[in-house]
Write a protein that binds this ligand. Structure first.
Ligand code: GCO
Ligand code: MN
Ligand code: MN
Length: 389
């Protein structure tokens, strides 16, 4: 069947997505709790390659060690039986009262230490179940009262925690990398490491011994909350070799985190995201971090993920058509005006190149008058996406 997900498409989602009860600031849950093992089974049956979880999604906070072992054993059985993998693991450092004012950036050394202890256990859990990515999303790492935290110390504390955990992963020999997930706000008034750019800059300051272990986990919704061009943000992480995971979804710009189904908002942007991943041979999971609508029924939470996968595959087909479209490709080729002599002159700095470049004259009016054809190009994209082409 067309647009049917296959394992090699590597579609994944978080257990917290389908398990979202609809609880929010204005309302109580509208759906009953979803057992994590049934959740994993349900995702396998709609064609997911893998799943992700917070430690507490799988093993309830405060559960005994033996209860934890029982659940891990059950989860392994379901994964083997259903043929679904654990691709990403993360740690819930935002829900419990102890984290009300942050975890790694708390002013309380006991809370910072507890956060690292909880993270170590979440990393161990991920390693046991086969996760190759460990996401760090600092949902509570921020503030509302500006006077309450020293923003410089907060960054230093964050760095210490990331370095500690990265050294642990390396020391244990786990085949796992860390992906830091930025978000500008919510649930805090302001969150540290607000955008992909913040995270990329932060990574460049990490201990060089573990810097290769740490990358970024962009989320489309979070970029759009910050009013960024999502495609450009992700492309920069990709170009730097730092795209270690990617949360796909949809979002109306500059609002609360909506975690809408992939493809449901800016279709053109979603298309260029898919194009970016496909054209660059992204080999990581195509991961959806989305929430069911509050009015959704118990069954519809799986329709959400199935719908995300279908929309991705529809857009992937559009990417293939874009790449095979003779008129579009001719236009794109013609936009690249090459000049071997000039390219050679500017590729790398040398005193000869400087001399040659300074002596060179340019026909500015000819350069400025070149017709680029962008009206036609954008129409071709629109027609292709809407089916008019
Ligand atoms: C959000 C976040 C979370 C994180 C997840 C992983 O919606 O604000 O994206 O969903 O991705 O908690 O830690
Ligand atoms: Mn989100
Ligand atoms: Mn996310």
């Amino acid at each position: 069947m067309a647009y049917e997900p296959r394992k090699e498409d590597r579609f994944t989602t978080g257990l917290w997505c389908t398990a979202f009860s609809g609880r929010e600031v204005f309302g109580v849950p509208v759906r009953p709790p979803l057992d994590p093992l049934d959740n994993i089974r349900g995702l396998a049956r709609i064609g997911c390659y893998g799943f992700a979880y917070h430690d507490d999604d799988l093993i309830p906070f405060g559960a005994s060690a033996s209860e934890g072992e029982r659940i891990i054993g059950e989860a392994q059985k379901v994964m083997d039986g259903e043929g679904i993998k654990n691709t990403m693991a993360t740690c819930n450092l935002f829900e419990q009262p102890v984290f009300k004012d942050g975890a790694f950036t708390s002013n309380d050394a006991r809370i910072r230490a507890f956060a690292i202890q909880k993270s170590l256990k979440a990393i161990d859990l991920g390693a046991r179940l086969g996760a190759s990515v460990y996401v760090m999303w600092g949902g509570r790492e921020g503030l509302e009262v500006e006077a309450s935290k020293n923003p410089v110390d907060s960054v230093k504390r964050y760095r210490e925690a990331v370095e500690f955990l990265a050294h642990y992963i390396r020391g244990q020999g786990y085949a796992m990398r860390i992906a830091i997930e930025p978000k500008p706000n919510e649930p805090r008034g302001d969150i540290f490491l607000a955008t992909i750019g913040h995270v990329l800059a932060f990574i460049s300051t990490l201990d060089p011994a573990i810097r290769d272990l740490v990358g970024v986990n962009p989320e489309i919704q979070h970029s759009r909350m910050a009013g960024m061009n999502t495609v450009h943000e992700v492309a920069q992480a990709l170009e730097m070799g730092k795209l270690y995971h990617f949360d796909l979804g949809a979002q109306k710009p500059t609002r609360y985190d909506q975690d809408l189904r992939f493809g449901s908002e800016d279709i053109k942007e979603s298309f260029f995201i898919v194009k970016l991943l496909e054209d660059h041979g992204w080999s990581g999971p195509r991961h959806f971090d989305v929430k069911p609508y509050r009015p959704d029924s118990v069954e519809e939470v799986f329709d959400l993920v199935a719908g995300c996968m279908r929309s991705y595959l529809v857009l992937r087909e559009k990417v293939q058509r874009f790449n095979a479209d003779a008129e579009i490709q001719t236009m794109l080729r013609q936009l690249q005006l090459d000049d071997d002599e000039l390219v050679g002159m500017t590729r790398a700095y040398s005193s000869e190149n400087v001399g040659a470049l300074k002596a060179r004259s340019f026909n500015l009016s000819e350069m400025a008058e070149r017709k680029l054809g962008y009206q036609r190009l954008d129409q071709l994209v629109f027609d292709l996406l809407t089916g008019a082409r």
